[in-house]
Write a protein of this length. Structure first.
Length: 128
């Protein structure tokens, strides 16, 4: 569970952070309003994201005021078995989502991260 900023000290490729989960990597209900995550995230059999927290209705405060957050910025990468997401169609979650790939991860991944080969194959291709 990530609730607070998780930051590199240096952005020159000398610092890397990797989070690997067999299940989910979640951003919590009481996460920072403006959250920054600098990391490579792998959810092997789960998802990366934030659970749905209901907005106030029927006089109940439910998850208010934490159901709406302002900005999440990811500097890294996401690999997930299921769909990732930090917002929902009813306006709950993070209003602004900035997802940026950290190119330094290509040649300097976090320790013990799964490696890929230098050969890639196109499985399907489609154009309209």
């Amino acid at each position: 569970m990530v609730n607070n900023d998780l930051l590199y000290t240096n952005y020159d490729g000398s610092d890397v952070i990797g989070l690997i989960a067999q299940g989910n990597i979640n951003v919590g209900l009481v996460s920072e309003d403006d959250l920054r995550i600098d990391a490579a995230l792998i959810a092997q059999n789960g998802r990366v994201g934030r659970h749905y927290y209901r907005s106030p209705s029927g006089g109940s405060q439910r998850c208010s005021p934490n159901h709406i957050r302002q900005t999440i910025t990811l500097w890294g990468m996401i690999a997930t078995n299921q769909r990732y997401g930090f917002a929902y169609t009813d306006g709950t979650g993070y209003q602004t989502r900035n997802l940026n790939y950290d190119g330094n991860l290509l040649y300097g991944p976090p320790p013990s991260f799964p490696l890929t080969s230098d050969q890639y194959v196109t499985l399907t291709w489609g154009e309209e």
